[in-house]
Design a protein around this ligand. Structure first.
Ligand code: HEC
Ligand code: HEC
Length: 283
């Protein structure tokens, strides 16, 4: 055990881990001078190795933090606007739009993002928002599926997240979701790639430290979808997971794969208590 830990530290040094630099880790987030966002909270009981949880926002530079404080400065809100048009647009063989059944997104989708991924009794599976949206599109609208990380899909998840901002993440991990959660947990602690690094080695053991030029967060998903300044686009959780695994020089799982769905549930549960924050802004 000790050896393993030392080795993982050595690897982290090899990829460029260094002492923390200053960011405003004590800042508070209020959006539009109105929506109070919980960016630090006590860790949920099932998150064994952390006592406190932090939103990724806490670890960003003051400039990046500021972009999220006002919707006019948040480039992710352009995706929300574009999804509003999709929400009202008739598509598919049934001649329906999302609005035909769900009316106004602001009311009907309030609170939804906070409890996803979520067990769906009828389908007998854990569903992410992407899966639920595509289920409505195919089975209820007679429309084509959207691609997991396609613009339409990510924008729609941004719209659905935006109306729950400030509400605490509260995904359920008991009952029938438990098995999926356990599988996600196992993946979280599995070492991948030539660097033999698990999610936990970076986001649990080393958050707050610098890796190359990046300030490591706890890898929470409450801010998703995330507008990344680096790619100038909104990103899904699965796209982020892929990027992180690729950085360990490993083969990665596909977006929408059972492995990533399980990981999505597990990681979301580690953030229970933080506010829904998406669309957030990160570098
Ligand atoms: C023909 C009616 C219909 C259309 C059109 C429709 N939905 Fe649904 N949707 C439903 C029903 C019914 C449910 C299940 C309600 C439930 O069990 O909570 C649902 C559930 C959902 C949920 C999960 C809500 C929750 O509380 O878990 C989301 C998210 C959703 N729809 C998004 C969309 C989006 C986005 C569109 C348009 C792309 C859309 N739906 C189009 C009928 C529809
Ligand atoms: C080699 C270190 C490393 C490993 C291993 C790693 N990540 Fe990351 N991850 C990063 C860095 C660097 C970032 C960008 C800065 C930050 O937010 O931490 C990041 C960002 C994230 C974010 C975005 C957080 C936010 O608020 O925007 C999530 C989610 C995430 N990682 C999840 C994972 C998961 C799940 C795994 C395991 C499959 C994983 N990471 C493995 C380094 C790593």
């Amino acid at each position: 055990m000790k050896n393993k830990m030392l080795r993982s530290v050595a690897v982290l040094v090899a990829v460029g881990l260094s002492a923390p630099v200053l960011a405003d880790e004590d800042a508070d987030l209020v959006i539009n001078e109105e929506i109070e966002i919980t960016v630090r909270a006590p860790a949920p009981d099932h998150t064994e190795n952390l006592s406190e949880i932090f939103s990724g926002w806490v670890f960003r530079s003051a400039e990046t933090q500021a972009m999220q404080m006002d919707d006019f400065d948040n480039p992710g809100m352009i995706g929300v606007e574009s999804a509003m048009a999709d929400w009202a647009a008739v598509d598919g063989s049934e001649g329906k739009s999302c609005a035909s059944c769900h009316e106004d997104a602001e009311t009907s989708m309030k609170g939804v993002r906070a409890v996803y991924p979520k067990w769906n009794e009828e389908a007998g599976e854990v569903r992410t928002l992407e899966m639920q949206i595509n289920d409505c599109r195919t089975t209820r609208m007679g429309a084509e599926e959207w691609k997991w990380s396609g613009d339409d899909m990510v924008d729609m998840t941004a719209l659905i997240s935006s109306v729950s901002r400030g509400m605490p993440m509260n995904v359920a991990i008991d009952g029938p979701a438990r098995e999926t959660w356990e599988k996600g947990k196992e993946i979280y602690y599995t070492r991948y790639g030539q660097l033999e690094l698990a999610c936990a080695n970076c986001h649990e053991d080393n958050y707050g430290n610098m890796i190359r030029a990046d300030h490591l967060s706890q890898g929470q998903t409450n801010g998703f979808p995330v507008y990344r300044l680096k790619t100038a686009s909104l990103n899904s959780t699965h796209k982020r997971f892929r990027g992180c695994i690729r950085d360990t020089r490993a083969e990665t799982f596909a977006e929408g794969s059972p492995e990533f769905i399980a990981l999505d549930l597990y990681v979301a549960s580690r953030g229970n208590g933080l506010s829904v924050e998406g669309p957030s802004v990160r570098n």
